[in-house]
Design a protein around this ligand. Sequence first.
Ligand code: GTP
Ligand code: MG
Length: 202
Amino acid sequence: AQVISAEFVKSSVETEACPSDGSPEFALVGRSNVGKSSLLNSIVKRKKLALTSKKPGKTQCINHFRINDSWYLVDLPGYGYASAPNELRKDWNKFTKDYVLNRSTLVSVFLLIDASIPAKKIDLEYASWLDQNQVPMTIIFTKCDKRKKKKNGGKHPEENVQDFQDLISEYFEAVPPWIMTSSVTNQGRDEILLHMSQLRNY
Ligand code: GTP
Ligand code: MG
């Protein structure tokens, strides 16, 4: 599984406006600032294909990127971004939820969880919302390169990952597949590509 070509196709703010050629796609979802756009860049080995920022709230649309002229990676706005204006936040919620529930070519959602901090309530809520709606998902732990810090709860990424898995096993009948990643070291890149190719059946 290799990325030979990757190109930005379009930004949409409703499911109906997304590309309609029927190619399979994978969407990156997760809290604002968790590293969705950075992970996309890491997967395609392009530093600036998707726009990233230190400040949460950078990605505001459903962004389709065409890979190897045969499937899509989709970068979405994050949830849980408290300082976005209320109206804007409602809108994001509305179209991203609609996209996740109704996009027929969506093969699997990749739910990103920050491994450098303890699990957040909103992540557990989002994971169980996906589960309840039977949306196929893979859990991607991000920022696994970060060292433990007192202000981040004083745990190693490996410990936070274990804690999160313990928590979701209470919500889920079966824990979804999961991959540990870093967009700084490109950890997990090949594993993600292999997993996506298995899910697409080619
Ligand atoms: P929104 O578009 O606002 O929802 O955020 P996002 O999830 O797309 O996050 P983005 O990729 O823009 O990254 C947010 C910040 O986290 C940036 O400062 C990145 O450099 C940093 N970051 C992302 N991934 C990693 C990682 O694997 N390791 C480290 N150390 N930092 C990362
Ligand atoms: Mg983003």
